[in-house]
Design a protein around this ligand. Structure first.
Ligand code: ADP
Ligand code: MG
Length: 729
């Protein structure tokens, strides 16, 4: 029975690292060579077409049909020259993966001959038969059509022999069916709102864009071992497995030297990424054995997110070349660290100013303070929305569960900023400020020391931390499409900045001077949102108590968190900014509820199967051996001797029996619970029921299996153990 495990281990012993062949050039030579970016466009497009794309990109101006034909022709010529034979609209449906349907360039020409065709129409819009993507009830089957439409702001690229055109994905009636559409809307909303506020400081600002620098954490496991673990294959995590005697206790993996096989994987991955214009830069070991991280240089948020989605795809492919499987799950192994995807976020003007970076002079710093404080306030008012965007079945194993960051959303500002905010709140008065007071205040914030830049971070327990020139949203899960968190955050910031402007303008209209008005509203925000600022240990029990006192929410139940998409504040944020309609918001919740239910359902089924088909028979077989052994002892020894000798073995037989019975009982109950839940029709009710009635059995059954793993003969145990999965070297 344990054949597969030992075969896998045997294969593993014989693996040699696969040497990667370097392209023989510097990364700067091949960076972006598979991207239809500025350089390629300049070469393959007419001057007019190039200009049209540029305008569409910068000002959102539509590209007319003739021009689209023109762009398509250039794109096709470039793609074919780079070995492409097919094209696809590449989009991000509400699943955990990107979608693509490849069509060949070949077509019949006018004379029935074969030609290579790719028109502006095909570039701009397609109608995939989309009835099998999640829609949350928006798209009835009789309206099965969905549209994909070209996202001009993210350049096309080539993977293998396919030209991929990034697109949004919407229903026949115009509702978003993907992650990208609301993200683009949220980015437009924050652009508009931020430009409005920037006018107080610099009239030249015309555009503000959000930056995103993600940090992708992941595990690697050997492919043969992976294939011997049905739970990893089907659910992305181990549903059972006793912890290894040694895992991360000695802190010897983080930043440790990278094993050779992994290094070769990383080298090939980086080459592939660079060809595709993904600016990956950093690689290192993470805390848990076989856990790693990769981070790029930050980019505009929409592009950065496309790059992250693309990266996850490439990683899986490249990993196979090295006989690895990549695990993106937030908690593939119980008891060791899980994986996240920190979202580093900032706002930047078209004049080149990072609005979340301390300025070089008092004016710059008042602007910095304005954006910093609005971000803090946005997070305070939208805690539940932000959490709803990141808490799902897999991330629930991290947030507020076995591992922090906690499910309480708080903001870490660091001691300097905190001191500055507290000081400001004290010194700004409601009375008219004297010019001296104003100058003193401005000078006060004008002296934000450079050192902040190096000094702020390193509170790793905060879910949302200011790290010198950006905020780092750390609670995002490693499987996530960053668009969900980035949509919520940028929409929240947009609403907050709009409110800020309304308040400041009202004071100015009442005769208060601009700077003073800004100070007063900043002070109001500091006081209002004080509760969200927390620099202490977010993992501590004390924080839970303190946070409750402060009125912060702490929601670990996924369905409950999802319902918060629909509370008044979330609706205000999402709907008033035009990011989503109410209908879309409801649909999104339904999709997410259904996803939660299905994931738990699959885990429960896999666990049930493995328990009954793999574990119970193994335990029983071992027990039979023991029984035979005991019978043998009785045959050859006197009764007195036998009683002395067989006691421990008889105990073991009993223990095995108890675990086997318990597993059978619990699996039976779990199946019954599933049946009860499955008859519920409402997706929300069903998700709540699954959470309450099915989830507890996952742990319950596992506990007995893990105990058995410790006592059953190693030679008989069918599944690769944690020590094997985590230490393949
Ligand atoms: P750490 O692990 O210490 O947080 P990393 O270097 O691994 O740092 O990752 C930091 C990420 O933050 C990188 O993707 C980096 O490009 C990004 N980043 C740096 N500055 C900004 C900024 N102003 N806005 C957005 N992202 C940023
Ligand atoms: Mg970080």
């Amino acid at each position: 029975m344990a054949k597969l495990r030992f075969q896998a281990l045997g294969e593993l012993m014989n693996r040699a690292p696969k040497e990667v062949v370097f392209p023989g050039k510097m990364a700067t030579d091949y960076f972006g060579e598979l991207v239809f970016g500025k350089a390629a466009m300049a070469k393959y497009l007419s001057r007019d077409a190039y200009h049209a794309v540029k305008l569409a990109n910068e000002k959102g101006e539509p590209i007319d049909r003739k021009m689209a034909d023109n762009v398509a022709a250039g794109m096709k010529a470039w793609a074919i020259e780079h070995g492409a034979t097919h094209y696809t609209h590449w989009f991000q449906p509400l699943t955990d993966a990107t979608a693509e349907k490849h069509d060949g360039f070949i077509d019949f020409g006018e004379n029935g001959n074969m030609i290579e065709a790719f028109s502006g129409k095909l570039l701009a819009q397609q109608e995939p038969d989309a009835s099998s993507f999640p829609s949350g009830g928006i798209r009835q089957t009789f309206e099965a059509r969905g549209y994909t439409a070209w996202d001009v702001s993210s350049p096309a690229f080539i993977v293998g022999t396919t030209l991929c055109v990034p697109t949004i994905f919407i229903s026949y009636t115009g509702e978003a069916l993907d992650y990208k559409t609301p993200l683009l809307k949220a980015l437009a909303a924050v652009d508009q709102a931020a430009v409005g506020v920037c006018q107080y400081f610099d009239k030249d600002v015309r555009k503000v864009h959000a930056n995103l620098g993600w940090e992708q954490e992941y595990f690697l496991v050997d492919q043969a071992l992976f294939q011997a673990r049905p739970d990893l294959m089907l659910t992305g995590r181990t549903l059972m497995g006793h912890s290894s005697s040694k895992d991360q206790q000695l802190d010897d993996h983080y930043f440790g030297s990278i094993p050779e096989r992994v290094t070769q994987f990383m080298i090939e991955l980086e080459i592939e990424c660079h060809k595709l214009g993904i600016p990956v830069k950093t690689r290192h070991n993470e805390v848990a054995p076989n856990q790693f991280e990769l981070a790029p240089i930050f980019e505009e948020a929409n592009l950065a997110n496309d790059h992250n989605q693309l990266l996850m795809d490439i990683m899986k492919r490249v990993a196979h070349h090295h006989k690895f499987e990549v695990l993106f799950h937030e908690k593939p192994f119980a008891g060791v660290n899980g994986s996240g995807k920190h979202n580093n976020w900032s706002l930047q003007t078209d004049t080149g100013v990072n609005l979340l970076g301390p300025g070089k002079n008092p004016k710059g710093n008042l602007q910095f303070l304005t954006f910093l404080m609005n971000a803090v306030a946005a997070v305070y008012k939208n805690q539940d929305l932000l959490r709803a965007g990141i808490l799902n079945a897999s991330n629930s194993h991290r947030l507020g569960a076995n591992e922090a960051p906690p499910a309480i959303i708080s903001v870490f500002c660091g001691s300097q900023i905190t001191g500055m905010l507290d000081n400001l709140a004290e010194r700004v008065t409601d009375q008219k400020m004297s010019p001296e007071e104003k100058t003193a205040l401005k000078l006060g914030i004008g002296r934000i020391p450079e050192i902040i830049l190096d000094n702020t971070d390193r509170n790793r327990t905060s879910p949302f931390a200011f790290t010198g020139n950006r905020f780092e949203f750390r609670a995002v899960g490693s499987t996530a499409n960053c668009a969900a968190s980035m949509t919520a955050l940028n929409a929240a910031m947009a609403v907050q900045l709009e409110e800020f402007k309304v308040d400041v303008d009202a004071l100015i209209e009442n005769g208060v001077k601009k700077d003073e008005a800004i100070f007063q509203i900043i002070k109001k925000l500091i006081l209002e949102s004080e509760a969200i600022r927390f620099d202490g240990d977010g993992y501590s029990e004390g924080w839970k108590v303190e946070a409750a006192k402060r009125g912060l929410t702490n929601i670990t139940c996924v369905p409950e968190s999802l319902t918060k998409y629909l509370d008044p504040q979330s609706k205000k944020t999402m709907v008033s900014t035009g990011v989503m309609t109410e209908k879309e918001l409801h649909a999104r919740v339904e999709v997410e509820m259904e996803k939660f239910t299905k994931k738990i359902q699959i885990e429960a089924r896999v666990l049930g199967d493995l328990a009954i088909n793999h574990i119970v028979p193994t335990a029983v077989a071992y027990q039979t051996q023991l029984i035979q052994n005991v019978q043998g002892l009785r045959d050859i020894f006197s009764e007195k001797e036998f009683n002395e000798l067989a006691g421990a073995r008889k105990e073991l037989i009993k223990t095995l029996s108890n675990h086997v019975s318990a597993i059978k009982l619990e699996v039976g109950k779990m199946v019954e619970a599933r049946k009860r839940c499955n008859v519920l029709e409402d997706e929300t009710e069903k998700a709540f029921a699954y959470d309450k009635e099915v989830v507890p059995y996952l742990e319950g059954v596992r506990k007995h299996i893990d105990k058995l793993e410790l006592i059953v003969d190693n030679e008989m145990w069918p599944l690769p153990k944690y020590r094997e999965l985590l230490f393949f070297r």
